[in-house]
Design a protein around this ligand. Sequence first.
Ligand SMILES: Cc1ncc(COP(=O)(O)O)c(C=O)c1O
Length: 372
Amino acid sequence: MTDALPIGAPVGAIDTPALVVDLDAFERNLTTMAAYAGARGLRLRPHAKTHKSAWIAAQQVAAGAVGVCVQKTSEAEALAAQGVADIYLSNEVVDAGKLARLASLAQRCRLAIAVDSALGIERLAYALRRAGSQAGVYVEVDVGHGRCGALPDAVGRLARQVVDAGLSFAGLQAYHGAAQHLRTPAARATAIAQATAAVHAAQTALARAGLGCPLVTGAGTGTFVHEAASGVWGELQAGSYVFMDRDYADNAPEAGAPRFEHALFVKSQVTSCGQERAVVDAGHKSHAIDSGLPRVWQRAGLEFFNGGDEHGILRGRNGGAPLPGLGETVWLVPGHCDPTVNLHERLVGVRGGLEHGVVERIIAVDARGCVG
Ligand SMILES: Cc1ncc(COP(=O)(O)O)c(C=O)c1O
């Protein structure tokens, strides 16, 4: 049980399965991204949907971030309750009850929110007026993702409505989720060039409505170098860079772009051995498989196969690699970090490496399960 795990205990004492953060790699990721944004005069507002942890948000702010993004009302509440002071909900909320909660939250922290509809703006304005509170409002433009966001031409009308309702128009939300895992730099560059054109069209619509654009915010771990180079985005929202999951590692990197290290691992143990297979105690209750299966860490030739809820099956590629024996530790790099973190109550922070390190801290996943 990690509950009973004393600080200073060796990595070997961490019970399995456990979600472990390599703090040395994590800190290098933090500073690499902060330095990248800082050197270009860009604001960094990392997405806390990745880690859902107030302690990690505080590390990001200490490294230079202006605050964090969240995706859900309850996520904002959970992080604010643990002291996160500057939160942008980079998503649409139209439910009157949730908007009332956000208006109340805006009295306890600095808050901003995205909108993409006249009804959403109307309800947000009502909630803020009733609570006597203020929040920044970003109008989301669909830059190619095909999820939320208004078409560029509609952005002027929505921003005008924001201003006329007495709200503070903060700028444009422009995030291209579908571009993040395009595997080649050329494909990602093309997608963000199209996103840039959409932002330009939205800015033209704003000018037609007699409004300027204070800030364009967006970008993720897969594309941020392209948004940064565009001269259009002023704030980067990348989140996964702190942990760097297997799916992101499968992207071919841009030449000269900052590199991030795997910092999030599932520690697992071999509990059964069979013909040409070893079985570990970590299945998809320990790691999310929406973006594919985990990679076995530093055991060349071993491949992970889905063994169901509680099991993972390891086999040698082409029957070749030596299999781990009963009781041996096997480290897994999750396919997708965000939903993996959401499966765990805590992360075990380890200093000094996965082999010889010690437990330095237990990191609460404060917004675990906050999906509403
Ligand atoms: C609106 C928004 N911004 C930023 C991000 C961060 O992206 P990533 O974790 O891929 O860096 C996401 C991720 O889904 C997102 O939805």
